[in-house]
Structures are given as C-alpha cells and as structure tokens.
Write a protein that binds this ligand. Structure first.
Ligand SMILES: Cc1ncc(COP(=O)(O)O)c(C=O)c1O
Length: 502
C-alpha cells in the first residue's frame, strides 16, 4: 500500500538552515578553527571545497539548533527536530534520532539502552563487533542465539522466531532481544513474528538494520523493521541511502514497548553525542531523506531494475551462479534484499577474492565484499548501476583453470570461560600465536569482512580459530578488527594468574 507523505517531505529543514547560516557574511570567531575559509585550510579545501568549509558548523551552533533559533522563531521546533520528524515519517518510525558515528555508534547506544532495562538479554551471536564492544563496555550478560551460517559462500545470516521463543523461555530474566537483519548477504529475518514473540514475553525487540536502511522505501522492497513491529532499530543510512559516510539513525517503533524506551533512548543518545557533532553530516541525512521522499520511486526503481539485469546476466553466464536462492533458502530468511547480489564464482575457476582484485586492477570496479567463494555487490538504493560496464568487465575476464583457493573453515563455537567485560578489562599479556591455543582471549576478534567476531573476550582460543584469523589477516583484502597485532603473530590473552579455569 502506498503511504501518503506530508508535503513537507520536499523540504530539508536542517540542510536549508545550514545553507542560510553559511550564506551570511559572518566574522567567525568560534570553532571550527578554519573559520569557513579556504585560505585558512587550503589542503582541506582542496579535498572538500570551500563550500563544505562554509557549511562546517558544530551542531550546537546557536544560529540553528539552539538559542537564537528559538528566540527568533518562538513556538517553532529547531530545524534538526523538524528534519528528524520528517525522517520518522518516511521510514515509518514514531521518532528518529540522527547519529554521526555510524551504526557502530548506534549499537553502542542501543546496548547502553539494554543496560537501562536489565543486565541479561538475548542476542544473536553473529552480531557486528560494535555490539560486542557495547556489551563489554556496559557489562551485559548476553545469552547468545546462533544464527544460520552458509559455509559454502562464507556468510553468516540470522535467527528464526522459534530460536527466539526457546531462548526467552530458557532465560525469563532477559530484558530485551537484539538481532541483526538483513544479514550482510541480504537475508531478512521474520521480524514481525519475532517482535510478537518478544512482546508476548514483555521485552522489546532491538534490530541492527545497518544493511537495510533502504527497506520499506519502495513498493518492491521488503518492509523495514520498525514497520514490522521492532521497537528500536539501528540504521546505517550511509550504507545504501546516500547520506555521507558515518551517518545513521536510531528509529523508535510504535506501541507500548517502544514508547517505554523513548526517554531512555533520548538520554543515552545525548550522552553519546559529540558536543561538536558535524552539522554537515546531519544535513546530509536530511538531504538523503528528501531525495528518497521526492525521487525515491524513480531512483530505487532504476536501482532495482539494474540489479535485476545483473542477476539475469549472471544466470546466463555458465561461469557464475546467482547465489540468491542460497540466501533465500536459509532457515531464518523470511525475505531478501534485492539490492544485494551474491555471485558464486566457483564455477569460473576463480575465487571471489581474485575476481574482486581483477575488477579493481583491470576495470576500476570496486565491489562490496569478496569471499573465496563469492563476490558480493551492493547496489545503492538511489544509485542505479552502470550495468553495461559491469557486464563488459565480466565478459572480458580471462579464462582461468586455476584450482580455486579453498574457503577457510570458520571456527566452531568456542568455550566461554569468563564474562566478556571481565576478560576485556583483566590484566593481560601478548603471547605468540603458537602459545595462544588454550588461553583466554582478552580481545574481540572479528574477521573482516564481514566483521562478525569469531572470538569474544573470555573465550578460550583454539588452534582452529587461531588459524582462521591468521589466514584472514594474511589474505589480500582481509583484516581482523580488534587485533592488537594486524598479522596476528601474537594474541592478547588474559594474564595467567587471572584465568578462571573451567
Ligand atoms: C550488521 C552491522 N552493524 C553495524 C555495522 C557498523 O556500521 P557503521 O559502519 O555504519 O558503523 C556494520 C558494518 O559493517 C554491520 O555489518
């Protein structure tokens, strides 16, 4: 059903207020120190242009967000509040907060919100490492639910309603349910059913929708999490909707569980926000929202058509396989994101990683992610791709008869022997990788891509996990987030005398 949006969606109150402010001939005796002039910061100006410097105000600047605005516009909300209300309307949330430290910052905020509800919660194990950092920082006790894994493609997906029901029955003291949907490869969990289950146990559902900020914005896209009943949603708006890198949103759902969170979320957002939040970053959220509201039907339609053409080509070229059915076939997958295209490269005798490299080297085409088995494309929701260029590049790929590199086996579940926060903050030492097996990790170690921690603080390292992480670190495009030593020749472990065995 097409939603009727207010006429104000064609405006961008925060962005327009910043423009007006910047066009005034101020003598700027305030932060930032470049004072909006290229001559004061020529290198920066050559990067972003003088206009960006002129727009670069800290958020609490009195002209638009605080005192002067309210004095000059009595009874009117600040432009930022108006911009956030328009975003709430477009995404279907009851309230939205703009954030500028990405969905990572959003996860830190949301884990803090969980701490306001209790210490224990149900959480998908394959969350992004920022959730694990949040758990560690505020000392939560997670009860993990293990999402499905596609070992063939090397992809982690989500959890099912049945798993959440069982987890809530097993841990009746849990204060919230926290999951990731869509997965990196685009599997969307049954959010409506999981929200019902969470609410029947009287707890809110929090969804990290970092990869789904475009969902619900076009009739051919699946609905987004707030529209399906989630109470709190973290959205990485920059990932697909077109705002500047690092910008995101926290969205509040509807109904009593969401409303009960509102003042807590508001306080936590404020406590995490920089006092110098960039007005430019916030304005980019406002403009991205306006663009989707005004042009979304056409632009997202074109992006979807482009994605469909790429899929069609992949299906017709014997060397490749469209892995969408694998994503759709996962037990947790209720729907999938058509703007993610997973290309299985194994038939072409080439790894996804090699293909990614050749596309960069020979065609200046940069793709989102590669595993030894697949190449993953992300089509920006408002960015219809140049399909012909991509297809031409695939067509010109030289034949390969190389033995494809084997997919590194993901390590099995590790034994947790110490609470995450205790292990992270405990006295620790660096040991060589040969000595690390059997020791308790002090770090959260996440192979990137996709950034899901394979080892948590407090878990006992196994030879298999050590080899997996070292293999990832050695790969061309891999790195391990959280590692003190990028090559993983050493591991940071809890000091011997601190270990609590068994
Ligand atoms: C599921 C998930 N959540 C959160 C994030 C962090 O997003 P950001 O890069 O916007 O901080 C990512 C990043 O890849 C992610 O995959």
């Amino acid at each position: 059903m097409k939603r009727i949006l207010s006429a104000a969606q064609t405006t961008a109150p925060h962005a327009d207020a910043i423009r007006r402010l910047a066009s005034h001939p101020w003598q700027r005796l305030h932060v930032p120190g470049h004072s909006g002039k290229a001559e004061n910061a020529p290198g920066v100006a050559s990067l972003v242009g003088e206009h960006a410097l002129q727009l670069d105000f800290p958020m609490l600047f009195s002209g638009i967000d605080q005192n002067t605005w309210i004095l000059n516009n009595p009874g009117r909300k600040t432009p930022l509040l108006e911009a956030q209300e328009l975003a709430a309307e477009l995404w279907g949330a009851s309230r939205v907060w703009f954030i500028t430290n990405g969905a990572s910052g959003g996860n830190h905020i949301a884990t803090n919100v969980v701490r306001g509800l209790g210490r224990e919660f149900i959480v998908q194990r394959s969350v992004h490492s920022s959730v694990i950092d949040g758990i560690t920082h505020v000392g939560l006790t997670p009860h993990f639910v293990y999402g499905s894994v596609d070992t063939g493609l090397g992809a982690s997906h989500g959890v099912t309603p049945e798993q959440i029901e069982t987890a809530l029955q097993t841990h009746p003291q849990a204060a919230a349910v926290y999951l990731v949907s869509p997965s990196y490869f685009g599997a969307i969990a049954d959010i409506a059913a999981i929200a019902d289950i969470a609410h029947s146990h009287n707890v809110p559902l929090i969804v990290d929708e970092a990869w789904g900020s475009h969902l619900g914005l076009h009739p051919e896209l699946p609905l987004n999490a707030v529209q399906l009943g989630a109470d709190l949603v973290i959205s990485s708006t920059h990932k697909s909707v077109g705002s500047l890198t690092q910008t995101g949103m926290i969205q509040l759902g509807h109904g009593p569980h969401a409303q009960a969170l509102e003042s807590l979320v508001d306080r936590v957002v404020r406590s995490y926000q920089s006092t110098s939040t960039s007005a430019l970053l916030l304005a980019s959220l406002d403009e991205a929202r306006r663009n989707i509201a005004v042009n979304g039907e056409k632009q997202i339609g074109a992006a979807l058509a482009g994605a469909a053409r790429i899929r069609k080509y992949i299906k017709e070229d014997w060397r490749f396989r469209d892995a969408t059915p694998d994503v759709q076939g996962m037990p947790d997958a209720f729907a999938y994101d058509p703007l993610k295209i997973a290309i299985d490269t194994r038939g072409a005798g080439i790894t996804g990683t090699q293909l990614q490299y050749e596309l960069i080297r020979d065609h200046a085409i940069y793709c989102e992610l590669a595993t030894p088995a697949a190449l993953l494309l992300l089509i920006g929701a408002a960015s219809p791709p140049d399909v012909d260029r991509f297809i031409k590049a695939l067509e010109s790929l030289p034949p390969s008869d190389e033995e494809p590199e084997r997919l590194l086996a993901m390590p099995d579940k590790l034994e947790s022997v110490m609470p995450l926060d205790e292990a992270f903050f405990a006295p620790n030492e660096l040991v060589s990788w040969e000595e690390a097996a059997g020791r308790i990790s002090a770090d959260s170690l996440a192979a990137y891509p996709p950034g899901v921690p394979n080892v948590l603080p407090g878990e006992r390292l196994t030879p298999e996990a050590i080899m997996y992480l070292r293999g990832t670190a050695a790969a061309e495009s891999g790195y391990v987030r959280g590692a003190s030593d990028p090559a993983l020749d050493t591991f940071r472990v809890v000091a011997h005398d601190q270990e609590i065995l068994g």
